[in-house]
Design a protein around this ligand. Structure first.
Ligand code: GLA
Length: 735
């Protein structure tokens, strides 16, 4: 075997040590590298058939050299030799947080998992799947670890399948999706927290010995307080374009747990998965349990590198039509709330057309007759048009919208039920609630029991029925406003399976709908951003980040979601929440999929003209924003001016957004901001977009052509100031 020079040197200097490893290797060590273009996760199986992780980071050029990594890949020796287990089983010799804990059919509370075999398979989409088969030597209990390595996008998706053939069910107390192991000097965890209208506030903490847990116990709307997405920076706090960062996110829309354990040797163990809380899962013999997938990417180009990888992956492999088109829309929620009728709506259709959007989205309040939906106290579950508000039904509205020249979409909250509804009267056993406790409501409503196949059919039939009756219905906003209180199902056999089977039931409904309606645009909403995760986003084309649409707040909220989710999926609406100018609100909304939730007739002539022109501009530049690489140039947390740049793949076009965040005297972009991601050799012209009618742009007076090298080294001043609070620039290759 030929080794590179440095390696030969190491071989020479540490001959004895290497020989040892080689001897071990000869005795039966197996190394299983799970590699993408730049990253590798390496599993070592020793002669006892125990699988551990010995490397997670940059991929080596020579795969054979993975066997040189010191036997355990960790800092120091541990008592059990499994601190770095690839999937830590509880109850035998483990001393740390387990990945899996079970009680066997015979009552034995221990598990041991030994390597049996592995296989690797290339897939059509360019990913490579590696399956590692593990088995308990004493019990017919098996776990398969699956790793799907997306080569170009540098993302690894990991999940497990668990099965057994014991005589009776096995109780699974914990069943994580992954069990990563990362040795570094220090670990800085960035996690995100908040509440309604206050989503995604970041906190960066240095992890110390012990366990830090991020979780949800809310059941539905599970991300209300925090999402299952995080960043871990190694050795130093996370930086935007340099340093080692792992971005991770769990594809699960229910209770989750992310455990970060710094072990006694100061290595980091990351255990993401379904929350074990109230979920000791009863697994029948011969059935297979599949954990949700954990997605992660390793970057040595900071947070920016990590998010660009996730965005590329999500557009290409996860979000429906991730590389396709999206519809601009006018929503009536903030314009009318529950107070509308056919006449009002048909006027709004015309307004939408005048504005220039593709679709009108009818929000909450259109249904319920015995208990009309005139406020949020009634009618969820009674999905029939309210005859007073809509005497001619939805079909009429769809046609009216179409004759006004725009498409029609509708709001639904299919998983929920109002206590005041005919559905609840007819099917009290379809509702999640404890028989011997008084009902407790979240937004005056309860959650339907989606672990029950009859309820799954009801939800499927509701959506399918609407789409069958109105085949040109073009958009669905799927909301989910309540959490699960008093978790109890009238029909499920094992109550502890409820939280998990609810989500599986929901996914099976969405799976059926997607099979029949693969291209239907659907917005994922959960009282704002209560459900933004890649489990749900396999079914939805876009998500609603927050009910808070104040443009200043949105700069921060969208900034934080952008670590994980691409602009094409972010629904950004222009509303009257904030006091900013229509230009500022429009510029902020353009950093994603634009929509409106305003009374168009109240816009001044100049505001309307600006908006109409902005929509035309958006049409021209949207692909750069949706499909380009994002560079977060200046953070709103540390600067007067926040700045983000989207660069097209061929680096010939970029769209650059900058906003004034602080309003003090002289606040603004005092100095040039350095661009990124351009081609240093190409030359570019800079043109200001969204210039408000009647004003002129100081930038558009210039005709200078700059090299990418200049713009990335010296930078350019977008001239943001208290008189120019938001600036959108188009950077185009000068040919
Ligand atoms: C939730 C959504 C809003 C709106 C209302 C309607 O709060 O987040 O956008 O649809 O429900 O009740």
């Amino acid at each position: 075997m030929k080794f590179p020079f440095t390696c030969q040197l190491i071989l020479g200097l540490t001959g004895l040590f290497i020989a040892n490893i080689q001897a071990q290797t000869a005795l039966g060590d197996i190394h299983i590298p799970i590699e993408t273009q730049r990253t590798a996760l390496v599993i070592r199986v020793d002669k006892e058939q125990i699988p551990t992780i010995v490397h997670l980071g940059t991929r080596l050029r020579n795969t054979a050299e993975y066997s040189y990594i010191p036997a355990n890949g960790k800092r120091g020796e541990d008592y059990t030799h499994i601190y770095n287990s690839v999937y830590t089983p509880a109850g035998s010799r483990n001393l740390l947080e387990p990945a899996i804990q079970v009680t066997h059919a015979d009552g034995n509370p221990s598990l041991d998992l030994k390597y049996v075999r592995h296989e690797t398979q290339p897939l059509k989409d360019g990913a490579i799947v590696t399956n590692v088969y593990l088995k308990d030597p004493q019990y017919p209990f098996e776990v398969t670890l699956h790793y799907r390595a997306y080569q170009q996008e540098d993302v690894i998706e990991q999940w497990s399948t668990i099965r057994h053939t014991e005589k009776k069910p096995v109780i699974m107390h914990k069943y994580a999706s992954a069990n990563l192991y990362i040795p570094a000097q220090d670990y800085y965890l960035t996690h995100f927290h908040g509440d309604w209208a206050n989503e995604m506030n970041p906190s960066e903490v240095k992890l110390t010995e012990g366990i830090k847990i991020l979780d949800s116990k809310l059941g539905t709307r599970a991300d209300l307080f925090q999402p299952p997405s995080f960043l871990v920076a190694l050795n130093q706090p996370a930086e935007e374009e340099q340093g080692e960062v792992i971005a991770g996110t769990l594809s699960w829309s229910g209770n989750y747990q992310l455990a970060f354990e710094v072990d006694p040797l100061h290595n980091l163990r990351v255990l993401p998965g379904i929350n074990p809380y109230a979920s000791a899962y009863n697994l029948a013999p011969n059935t297979e349990f599949t954990t949700p997938a954990f997605l992660f990417t390793y970057s040595n180009q900071g947070k920016g590198g990590a998010s660009r990888s996730l965005h590329r992956w999500a557009r290409k492999h996860r979000i429906p039509q991730g590389e396709g088109n999206r519809l601009t829309l006018l929503n009536n929620w903030e314009a009318t709330y529950f107070d509308f009728n056919e006449e009002k709506l048909t006027t709004l259709f015309k307004d939408g057309k005048k504005l220039g959007v593709d679709l009108f989205l009818l929000d909450d309040g259109w249904f319920g007759n015995k208990y009309p939906r005139n406020n949020d106290q009634t009618a969820l579950g009674d999905w029939q048009e309210n005859v007073k508000k809509l005497p001619h039904g939805l079909g009429y509205l769809v046609k009216e919208a179409e004759s006004a020249g725009i498409k029609f979409g509708i709001w639904l909250e299919p998983e929920m039920v109002s206590p005041k509804s005919e559905l609840y009267e007819k099917h009290p056993d379809w509702v999640i609630k404890l028989p011997n406790r008084s009902e407790y409501y979240f937004r005056n409503q309860l959650v339907l029991d989606l672990s029950n196949p009859k309820v799954q059919d009801f939800v499927y039939d509701l959506v399918n029925g609407l789409l069958t009756k109105n085949p040109t219905l073009s958009y669905i906003k799927w909301d989910c406003n309540a959490v699960i209180y008093n978790a109890y199902s009238a029909t499920i056999q094992h109550q502890d399976n409820l939280f998990v089977d609810y989500v599986k039931g929901l996914y099976s409904v969405l799976e059926r709908l997607r099979a029949k309606y693969p291209t239907l645009p659907m917005m994922l909403c959960s009282g704002g951003g209560g459900r933004v995760d890649y489990g749900a986003l396999q079914y939805f084309t876009e998500y609603w980040p927050s009910d808070n649409t104040d443009a200043m707040e949105r700069i921060f909220i969208q900034w934080n979601y952008s670590y994980f989710f691409p602009a094409i999926a972010s629904c950004n609406h222009i509303t009257d929440w904030g006091k900013q100018s229509i230009k500022f609100r429009t510029d902020v909304a353009m950093m994603g999929k634009i929509g409106y939730d305003i009374v168009v007739s109240k816009l001044s002539e100049a505001e309307l003209q600006f908006s109409q022109e902005a929509l035309k501009t958006y049409e021209r530049i949207k692909t750069v924003i949706w499909k380009g690489d994002l560079y977060r140039l200046a953070s709103p947390y540390t600067n007067d001016v926040a700045s983000s740049l989207y660069v097209s793949e061929s680096r010939d076009r970029a769209v650059w957004f900058s906003y004034l965040i602080k309003n003090r005297y002289k606040a603004g972009s005092q100095a040039p901001i350095k661009l990124a991601g351009l081609d240093p050799v190409k030359t570019y012209r800079i043109q200001e977009l969204n210039v408000y009618p009647g004003s002129t742009s100081p930038i558009n007076r210039e005709t200078t052509v700059y090299s990418g090298n200049y713009l990335m080294t010296v930078g350019f001043n977008p001239q943001v100031s208290t008189r120019r609070e938001s600036v959108v620039l188009e950077v185009t290759e000068a040919k």
